[in-house]
Design a protein around this ligand. Structure first.
Ligand SMILES: Nc1nc2c(c(=O)[nH]1)N[C@H]1C(S)=C(S)[C@@H](COP(=O)(O)O)O[C@H]1N2
Ligand SMILES: [Mo]
Length: 203
């Protein structure tokens, strides 16, 4: 009992909280903003989403056509590499499965780079994007995503560290190999599984 009590206080919660927290994470109730640079102001009417293979555009949507795609709700725990986790974040948007189905394509390679308006990139493999695991989120807690959290649209890949969830997403580019993105080139892990504590390159 003494041990359980000690662990409980340390991670700030009861047993069920501890089981939901990946190693080295603590429970955050606010929603911190983490961006490498200033928040770009992306107007919905100017926003585009492109699916590409290398430099070739397979399909492009504007805000209206993208919002006409099937919408799905996803409530998930998120885990930031800076050690905060937030439980039950509620998002709505378009599953990557539905984007691919609408484009009528099978993924041409097993790897992607997500691109953002601020020049940010992050690599995510196709298996981590399909099967209902990831979406382009358009709403958070029932409201449009605020600019600091990536509005009008951000990638959501909640089973990987949150840096994989590219804010202000402009497209997904299929790549021949697993290329590295912004943080992956700067010492962060190429995959980023929070349950395996894959924080840094050699973890
Ligand atoms: N385009 C873009 N996406 C980004 C970032 C960024 O700087 N630019 N930061 C990443 C990091 S490191 C984290 S932890 C999350 C933070 O998202 P939040 O600000 O909504 O909490 O966004 C990720 N997506
Ligand atoms: Mo982060």
């Amino acid at each position: 009992m003494a041990t359980r009590g000690f662990l409980g206080r340390r991670s700030g919660g009861d047993e069920s909280t501890r089981e939901r927290l990946p190693p080295g994470q603590f429970l955050e109730t606010g929603f911190p903003v983490l961006s490498a640079g200033p928040t770009p102001q992306v107007k919905a009417e100017d926003w585009r989403f492109k699916l590409k293979v290398g430099p070739r555009v397979l399909q492009e949507w504007d805000w209206t056509s993208f919002n006409a795609l099937p919408q799905t709700r996803m409530t998930r725990d998120i885990h930031c590499v800076t050690t905060w986790s937030k439980f039950d974040t509620a998002w709505e948007g378009v599953l990557i499965d539905d984007i691919l189905a609408e484009a009528g394509i099978e993924p041409p390679t097993g790897f992607t780079l997500a691109h953002s308006s601020d020049g940010y990139t992050t690599n995510v493999t196709v298996p981590d994007l399909v099967g209902g695991k990831a979406m382009v989120a358009l709403r958070y807690e029932g409201l449009p995503i605020t600019p600091d959290h990536g509005g009008p649209a951000r990638l959501l890949v909640p089973h990987l560290y949150f840096w994989k969830s590219a804010k202000w997403i402009t497209g997904l580019q299929f790549t021949q190999k697993d290329e590295l993105g912004f943080w992956e080139l700067r010492g962060y892990h190429r995959y980023g599984d929070p349950w395996l504590e894959q924080r840094y390159t050699d973890d």
